[in-house]
Ligand binder design. Structure first.
Ligand code: CS2
Ligand code: MG
Length: 402
């Protein structure tokens, strides 16, 4: 069997997605997600200029060898652009292998380890009252786990809170928009927010929160400690994690579970975090962390240290990634939870998929492969529109982590 062609499909049905299609001489093709929010065209070039030319003629069944070729052979290893491009190829090749075996992808990984996949969704509001309403809506929809984000008194806007009632989309402008941040205001407010949520909805619902890289380790230690009475499922991205050692300090001060990793693209970005048991959930997902081939290694490594998976699942990861993630989540023994930001109808219109969502839980489909495909003619109707992620400044103008 040989790869005879591959193409990159860029479309924007409500937001930008980049999809890779790998075609073989036996008519079977595979589909991969190559979406990197705000840097989409860099991945398109990496695929079209540096990966597709070397794929032609290769046997698509040799997933591991192709992975090694594109990772070790790249010389300039790792990094979000290269690893997203590699991930797209990997997801497409696993799709092909499952199709020629005529099996749903999870069967190739080792079969299912569970009956259904617990997910969490986002609940956000500009103030405590509207956030409480959003949490209530998520609970009514059947979610057993809800991520809670709220506007902060004294700040015009903040991460994770939709503006003027629209669906939250972080890449909100052609060029980076600027927001203003105050750790002081945020830290003083968070315990009040979670006290209100627990008082209204009790202890059963799992509550998650995304700090989004904005604290220093000691500030994160304070927040984790002050949120302990509210028993969070996890506190995510408490600090930027280039210095993995930062998490030791947080860990020493609080029992609030810690999640990190959506921006990681290699096992080496989190090796000490996992080995030292500084974290409880690893958020890296298929589209940005080298596909199924690397994520299997990472999940197995994490399982040695009681660390569970918690795949990133924002809407800037396409239904192709979500579909493949469902199969991975169905198999992976140390599964934690799957993020689920529902796509809009427009986003979904370009993709067909057979995973099922029911009252807070997913199950993957039983069709051969990962079950997701793209309608290329419909995709053409939604041309790419540049959109970049915001930047964040402190109140004194200092550029800070967004
Ligand atoms: C967030 C994302 O879902 C999450 O946990 O961190 O919304 C993240 O901000 C976006 O994926 C960035 O593109
Ligand atoms: Mg996050």
């Amino acid at each position: 069997m040989k790869i005879i062609d591959a193409k990159v499909i860029v479309c924007s049905p409500g937001r930008n997605f980049v999809t890779l299609k790998v075609m073989t001489d036996e008519g079977v093709y595979g589909v991969g997600d190559a979406t990197l929010n705000g840097r989409e065209l860099s991945v398109v070039s990496y695929l079209e200029d540096h990966i597709i030319p070397v794929l032609i003629g290769k046997d698509p069944q040799r997933i591991e060898d192709i992975w090694q070729f594109l990772y070790r052979g790249a010389y300039w290893r790792r990094g979000p652009v290269g690893m997203t491009a590699l991930a797209a190829v990997d997801i497409a090749l696993w799709d092909i292998k499952a199709k020629i075996a005529n099996l749903p992808l999870y069967q190739l990984l080792g079969g299912r380890s569970r009956d259904r996949i617990m997910t969490y969704t986002h609940a956000d509001g500009v103030c405590i009252e509207s956030t409480l309403d959003a949490v209530g809506k998520a609970i009514d929809a059947g979610y057993q786990a809800v991520r809670v984000q709220s506007g902060i008194p004294g700040l015009a806007s903040t991460y994770g809170v939709a503006k003027d009632g629209r669906k939250y989309e972080p890449a909100d402008a052609d060029l980076p928009s600027e927001s203003v941040w105050s750790t002081h205001k945020y830290l003083n407010f968070m315990p009040k927010l979670f006290d209100a949520v627990r008082s209204q909805y009790g202890d059963d619902i799992h509550l998650l929160h995304d700090v989004h890289h904005r604290l220093t380790p000691i500030e994160a230690a304070r927040l984790g400690k002050e949120l302990e009475p509210y028993h969070l499922f996890w506190m995510e991205d408490a600090v930027v994690a280039e210095n993995q050692e930062s998490f030791r300090l947080i860990r020493e001060h609080t029992t609030t579970p810690l999640a990190v990793g959506e921006v990681f693209n290699s096992i080496h970005d989190c090796r000490s975090l996992i080995q030292e048991q500084y974290i409880d959930y690893i958020r890296s997902t298929l589209v940005h962390a080298g596909g199924i081939t690397q994520m299997r290694r990472l999940a197995d490594f994490a399982s040695l240290y009681h660390v569970k998976t918690g795949f990133h699942g924002a809407t800037d990861l396409s239904p192709v990634c979500m579909g493949a993630a469902m199969h991975f989540d169905y198999w992976v023994p140390n599964f934690g939870i799957q993020e689920h930001m529902p796509y809009t109808r427009e986003m979904e219109s370009v993709f067909s998929f057979d995973y099922k969502f029911e009252r807070g839980f997913f199950t993957p489909g039983e069709s051969a492969g990962h079950g997701v495909d793209i309608d290329e003619s419909l995709a053409k109707k939604y041309p790419y529109k540049r959109a970049m992620l915001p930047v964040n400044r402190l109140e004194d103008g200092t550029l800070w982590n967004w």
